[in-house]
Design a protein around this ligand. Structure first.
Ligand code: ADP
Ligand code: MG
Length: 249
């Protein structure tokens, strides 16, 4: 690779994880740029979720390197990785159903970021502004006082994305964010993701090809823990290797 490391927010190199001898991720390398939306696709069991687990420190790598803004993540604990600026959404939303949308967002506001005495008194006001601004981004500004449990499935997914956004991650990772959503909700989610990439990169795992087409700057096709194909949606779609793997299922 002749490309300078600093051009990438995330550099994954030679990443391998072995579960009792089975390599779920096998000598995987890929690179994500700032402002990029990267979509990872691939058949079930390809290792997609495991890649996110490795990046966020939930699973220990057996071999290889994950560099995020120059920091080696494979040696860091999960909470330090969050603090370094990596946010991750899991497949099932983890929101507080009894609390309102406002309260859910407020709770996710990072604590201890305005500890300097002179700023402390401004904090409440600042938090309210942040919550309102994020609520707009996630199409929930009309529902701030609504208990989260009463939101639709899609709205709950957006709320959880908002709970990550309020922590201002430089890298946001989403595992199948539009599963179970209506077509209209999928369109809005694509719009949402396209709006939040300023100074930020996003990695999305997704099956819905229309959605992938709406958001992906580049697509990485994973198969048996390795990159099968990578590039623009058009390129990947027409790659005979990709066609074969998908038709073979
Ligand atoms: P995908 O998200 O692409 O469907 P996963 O990353 O969830 O695939 O899983 C890849 C493979 O690794 C699967 O065969 C799965 O059973 C296996 N796997 C994932 N996590 C573990 C684990 N903690 N222990 C053992 N095997 C696992
Ligand atoms: Mg998965």
């Amino acid at each position: 690779m002749a490309m300078a490391e600093k051009d990438f927010v995330l550099s994954v190199e030679g990443l391998t994880v072995s579960f009792d001898g089975f390599k779920a991720v096998n000598d995987l390398s890929f690179y994500v740029e700032e402002g990029e939306i990267r979509v990872i696709i691939g058949p079930n069991g390809a290792g997609k979720t495991t890649v996110l687990d490795l990046i966020c420190g939930r699973t220990q790598a057996t071999e290889g390197s994950i560099k995020f803004r120059g920091k080696e993540l494979t040696k860091m604990k999960e909470h330090s990785i969050v603090h370094a600026g990596v946010g991750r959404k899991f497949q099932n939303p983890s929101i507080y159903e009894d609390l309102t949308v406002f309260e859910n967002l407020e709770l996710s506001y990072p604590k201890g970021w305005t500890v300097f005495g002179a700023l402390a008194f401004k904090r409440d006001e600042h938090v309210i502004q942040e919550v309102e601004s994020i609520a707009k981004t996630i199409f929930l500004d009309e529902f701030l006082d609504k208990p989260a449990g009463l939101l639709s499935h899609g709205q709950k997914q957006w709320l959880e994305i908002g709970m990550l956004l309020i922590q201002k991650p430089d890298l946001l990772m989403l595992d199948e964010p539009v599963a179970g959503m209506s077509v209209a909700e999928r369109k809005k989610t694509a719009e949402l993701l396209n709006r939040i990439t300023e100074g930020r990169s996003v990695i999305v795992i997704e099956h819905d090809m229309q959605f992938v087409e709406d958001i992906a700057h580049r697509v990485t096709v994973l198969h048996q823990g390795k990159v099968l194909s990578e590039g623009s949606m058009d390129r990947v779609k027409n790659d005979p290797n990709v066609v074969e793997v998908y038709l073979g299922h």
